[in-house]
Write a protein that binds this ligand. Structure first.
Ligand code: NAP
Ligand code: LUD
Length: 353
């Protein structure tokens, strides 16, 4: 888990922007929500349509977007495809994960990925390297996995220890096995018109998939992405733009974040700031995807902390038309998308439709 723990709730959250402080002095009243964006469109399958409608509930209150449920559905679909492929051509998809160091949060995520692979019938290989490993050692593992025909996806869990050059390491993964979608060639293609990346980064892909499975139409909407990191914010903005949203990106130097966020029909927040987005920052009826995972002290929890999002959930649920919870929102989708990318990689390499 990250080293800094905060104690916060919606009212005590440590706001980092001066604009946020100004907003607290002049709170803005919001009208009741509308369900403008929850008409189902081109839902992918009857079962997910049904689940989406069921999870949406009634118009009276905002809907919880159940990432855990959707991720489970996707993992079930993947399990069936993995077994169809194995029966047809005798190939089992393989994912290699490299974890350097002993960060607790990274170890948890890698363990969850490993378990999800096993459950779906995907072969999972792990390299656990000590914190003081050299960059060369990591590069050696990558070239081994690049050459290994039983490996269809390679993931180096981030962040890496500070003595390592992340760019060198991510660039070394062959783009055909770059199931994280972080290789500059994959990101470049994502950014360009009429180009197709081989893989799209899992967390932003999971956000879009949640919107799709909940029937939220993106085309023509105003979307705001909070955060511009290589792994979430930037690719999320590119994906929304590819889906024909008009996209603004808010970052730590943005002067009036809440003013911009309040115009958004869709918000994807990936700032890593506990409960930064208040109810009064949200346009009534907006759809809120909270990527943030922030540990806060909680003496009632066995772990001594719990996880909260970037968005003040209790306030957002009263204003938005739909909100993802933390945990149980985007996190499980990240893992489901990783399995999907790994399966697709194996299918592409073995030309299996
Ligand atoms: P990151 O690399 O630290 O990037 C954070 C981004 O947020 C930066 O672009 C930063 O702006 C911006 N930011 C920071 N404070 C802000 C503020 N007060 N107002 C507006 N923007 C602000 O983090 P990340 O890797 O993208 O992760 C973001 C959060 O998502 C974290 O909580 C992380 O744990 C979580 N996460 C969750 C998943 C999942 O599967 N659910 C996956 C990945 C990450 P600057 O660019 O100006 O510094
Ligand atoms: N590095 C990721 N670093 C961190 N949450 C994840 C993540 C699952 N190369 C690379 O997997 O995609 C990556 N590729 N990331 N992350 C974060 C990021 C990486 C975050 C959360 C979860 C993966 C997850 O399962 C659960 C939830 O939100 O419900 C909670 C899990 C818990 O600790 O209880």
């Amino acid at each position: 888990m990250a080293s800094t723990l905060f104690f916060t709730n919606c009212h005590l959250s440590p706001f980092s922007s001066t604009a946020a402080a100004a907003l607290r002095r002049h709170p803005i009243r919001v009208a009741p929500t509308s369900l403008r964006f929850l008409a189902l469109h081109s839902a992918p399958s009857q079962s997910s349509r049904v689940a989406a409608v069921a999870a949406m509930g009634t118009e009276a209150s905002a809907k919880v977007i159940d990432g855990k449920l959707v991720a489970k559905q996707i993992r079930d679909e993947i399990t069936a495809e993995v077994s169809r492929m194995k029966e047809a051509i005798g190939v089992v998809p393989g994912l290699a994960v490299i974890l350097v160091g002993d960060r607790k949060d990274s170890a948890t995520y890698v363990r969850n990925k490993q378990k999800a692979c096993e459950a779906a019938g995907i072969n999972s290989l792990e390299a656990f390297l000590p914190e003081d490993s050299t960059e060369e050692e990591v590069l050696n593992y990558i070239s081994g996995y690049n050459e290994d025909p039983s490996v269809h996806g390679i993931l180096v869990q981030l962040p890496l220890p500070s003595h390592m050059n992340e760019q060198n390491i991510l660039n070394a993964i062959t783009i055909e096995k770059d199931v994280d979608g972080f290789h500059p060639l994959n990101i470049g293609r994502l950014a360009m018109r009429d180009r197709e990346p081989l893989f799209v980064p899992c967390t932003p892909k999971g956000c879009i998939e949640l919107l799709r499975r909940y029937g939220v139409s993106i085309k023509g909407t105003r979307a705001v992405v909070i955060g511009r990191s290589n792994i979430v914010g930037m690719p999320a903005a590119l994906l929304l733009q590819r889906e024909d949203a008009t996209v603004s990106v808010v970052h730590s130097k943005t002067l009036n974040p809440e003013e911009i966020i309040r115009q958004a029909d869709i918000v994807i927040s990936a700032a890593g700031q506990p409960h930064m987005v208040r109810g009064s920052w949200i346009k009534p009826g907006a759809v809120i995807i909270d990527v943030g995972i922030n540990p806060v002290e909680d003496p009632n929890s066995t772990r001594g902390y719990r996880l909260i999002g970037d968005v003040c959930y209790e306030e957002a649920i009263k204003v938005a038309s739909a909100v993802t919870p933390v945990p149980g929102g985007v996190g499980p989708m990240t893992i489901a998308m990783l399995l999907q990318n790994t399966l697709n990689s194996a299918k592409r390499i073995h030309k299996f439709e």
